[in-house]
Design a protein around this ligand. Structure first.
Ligand code: SF4
Length: 325
């Protein structure tokens, strides 16, 4: 296996939250990301899935130091980023770009398409002459399925799908090695979702990009990802190659998420048992002891509240569950 593009070890992002009460309120700790470990190989797509509030977006931002990590290690292209300076992170951000959830909100409404897509070039390569910036912007517009007629229009003149294409063009203009896509299709119609996912896959094949693709359900990441990491309350519940995860999910939480994914075969879909998770997602300010999933787990037993399960071998997967290992 080639050297990892990204290595993450035991990454934690904790926030101090001011508690209630009087003059001297107690501060509490919100564990948004709590001990996540994974590697990403060049050209690979890792899907990260979990309910809203499970820490996926915080994890994505911490990988780029947009939110500082509380502890743990991040190595980009073999380079340990512990103690890295602003300039060091700036260099990393040339190779790693983000695509955001709300395509319209992520584009500056006062800038036209040429300015939006060209902005990263002007920031990171200020020596480039204006006509070269424009040439590269036009080339990138073509790659994402837009045309030169769109160059001088403003974001409000485009549909959600077109805005996301503009966001992808902006992310690609610096020729990154990885794009972190934070729920890039969840604000779009289903038919447009498919177009954007197909576009990302085509670009990945063409440019050898790696992708981290964040979504809140397993149906969306199925077609894009080679491996999938399932998160719950800031922790990894399961990480597995795609085929293994969809054919034989190991963690009870993964099984519950998968049972909600519609099947293409109507007969199998009608016969399928949907597993409804009991109770609400617990507050990350007050997570359950031991296994954080235990308050909703149909298979919880006496060990689960007492000890936090590490990731344990479970066939081709690794699952944080005492049913294995
Ligand atoms: S460790 Fe226990 S509570 Fe947690 S997922 Fe496994 S069986 Fe369920």
């Amino acid at each position: 296996m080639s050297a990892a593009l990204l290595s993450v070890r035991d990454l934690r992002v904790h926030f101090k939250v001011r508690g209630e009460g009087g003059l001297f309120p107690q501060h509490r700790t919100l564990k948004a990301v709590d001990g996540v470990t994974f590697d990403l190989q060049p050209g690979e797509t890792l899907g990260i899935v979990g309910e809203s509030g499970c820490g996926k977006s915080t994890l994505a931002r911490a990988l780029l130091n947009l939110i500082p990590a509380t502890s743990g290690d991040i190595a980009w292209m073999g380079r340990d980023m512990k103690g890295a300076s602003r300039d060091d992170w700036q260099q990393v951000r040339r190779s790693v770009q983000m695509v955001f959830q709300d395509p319209l909100a992520s584009l500056n409404p006062r800038m036209n398409v040429a300015q939006i897509i060209g902005e990263p070039l002007r920031t990171h390569q200020p020596q480039l002459p204006g006509d070269e910036v424009l040439r590269q912007v036009k080339e990138m517009l073509g790659r994402v399925g837009l045309s030169e007629t769109h160059l001088y229009r403003y974001p409000h003149e485009f549909s959600g799908g077109q805005c996301q294409r503009i966001g992808i063009a902006r992310a690609l203009i610096l020729k990154p090695r990885l794009i972190v896509c934070d729920e890039p299709v969840s604000a779009l119609d289903v038919s447009i979702q498919a177009q954007i996912i197909n576009l990302l896959q085509d670009l990945q094949r063409e440019l050898g990009l790696a992708l981290i693709f964040i979504a809140h359900d397993l149906a969306v990441v199925k077609h894009v990802s080679q491996r999938i990491l399932v998160m719950y309350l800031g922790r990894t519940m399961e990480i597995a190659p795609k085929q293994a995860l969809y054919a034989d999910p190991k963690h009870p939480y993964t099984r519950a998420l998968l049972s909600a994914v519609p099947l293409a075969d109507p007969r199998r879909e009608r016969a399928k048992a949907i597993q409804v998770l009991p109770s609400e997602l617990p507050s990350p300010l007050d997570p359950p002891s031991g296994c954080v999933f235990r308050t909703r787990c149909p298979q919880a037993f006496e060990r689960c509240p007492r000890e936090v399960p590490p990731l344990l071998e479970a066939g081709a997967s690794r699952a944080a569950c005492w049913l294995y290992g």
